[in-house]
Design a protein around this ligand. Structure first.
Ligand SMILES: [Zn+2]
Ligand SMILES: [Zn+2]
Length: 332
């Protein structure tokens, strides 16, 4: 194996990623080394690179939708084999001892480490990961599977916390990677999807229609009937009161993103009648196991655009500018 590898690294927030030649990382105890086959580009990567999330590891290899093939096992790894295809998600390590961990809420671990943020991620030819947080991937198409690892998993948790199958009319704000996956799940479950895009974004609206949305409009439009719940995947705080204004009494608005612009003040009557607003933070391994089992049953087909590793800055910019339908995926 080569002693060095190519990696796209962040050296300072707000700077473009640099193509660096660095040593191939070796797996420590409990870790696996993988050859990266595909790594999805998530909006969270954009928040890290743009400096909207505090204190990333520096220099940092971003990327937390990593699909790869195990190339080496560290000491004490059980349950994974060399040659096996695995996925590495955002949740990279938890302590197992803090109060949330002991309560089965490892997504809220006080000392959690995150792939592509506080640990190096998958914008590289090789990566290492704690074996306990990796998922077996059975899809032969690494590029198609990559977006399932965050857009899919976090989207699934967002859908679940909004009430899951119990909702009939489901609004989705921001029709990108997570929304295009969740819409397929919701439609398969007989839910009516109301898709809200950036006003005037014809490509996103056509995309949502193609995936089975019963109604498609701009985020400034009023749906033809009230919603049971709304999922927010756009990082726009003003959408919180907007969505609250469109959900029924008792309805829930759930934000799936890690960062959002400030939420403007709004009148209490929007929250009145037992409406609620909540956020989703990270994922648990159980979310991953449930969702990855469910994805082939639906079946969920991701729509991706491939970029070579060294075009990571272009992929990030296409996401930033809203030029993508579906998900960007880097292929080292
Ligand atoms: Zn913990
Ligand atoms: Zn993500």
């Amino acid at each position: 194996m080569n002693a060095t590898m190519r990696a796209m690294r962040l050296h300072g927030p707000g700077q473009p990623l640099a193509l660096d030649d660095i040593p191939v990382p070796h797996p420590g105890a409990g870790e696996v080394q993988l050859r990266v086959l595909a790594c999805g580009v998530c909006r969270t990567d954009l928040h890290v690179v743009d400096g909207e999330l505090d204190e990333p590891r520096l220099p940092l290899i971003p990327g937390h939708e990593v699909v790869g093939e195990v190339t080496a096992l560290g000491e004490g790894v059980a349950g994974l084999e060399v040659g096996q295809r695995i996925g590495v998600p955002w949740l990279g390590w938890t302590c197992g001892e803090c109060e949330p961990c002991r309560a089965g809420r490892e997504n809220l671990c006080e000392r959690a480490e995150f792939t592509g943020y506080t640990r190096d991620g998958g914008y590289a030819e090789y990566a290492v990961a704690d074996a306990r947080y990796c998922f077996p991937i059975h899809d032969d198409d690494a590029q198609a599977a990559a977006p399932l690892l965050c857009a899919g998993l976090i989207g699934y948790r967002t859908w679940r916390l909004a009430g899951g199958e119990a909702n009939r009319c489901l609004g989705i704000y921001g029709f990108g990677a997570a929304a295009h996956i969740l819409a397929q799940l919701a439609v398969a479950r007989g839910q009516h999807v109301y898709a809200f895009t950036r006003p005037g974004d014809d490509a996103a609206q056509a995309f949502a229609r193609r995936l089975g949305a019963v109604w498609v409009g701009g985020s400034d439009e009023t749906p033809p009937q009230p919603l049971d719940a709304a999922l927010l995947f756009a990082p726009v705080g003003a959408l919180v009161p907007t969505a609250l204004g469109h959900v029924k009494p008792g309805g829930t608005v759930v934000s799936g993103g890690i960062h959002m612009s400030d939420i403007p003040a709004f009148p209490y009557r929007l929250l009145w009648e037992e409406r609620s607003v909540r956020s989703v933070a990270n994922l648990t391994r159980r979310d991953g196991e449930e969702f990855l089992a469910l994805a082939p049953e639906v079946p969920i087909r991701t729509e991706t655009r491939a970029y070579p590793l060294e075009a990571a800055n272009q992929a990030l910019d296409d996401l930033r500018q809203g030029r993508l339908s579906g998900a960007a995926v880097l292929i080292p």
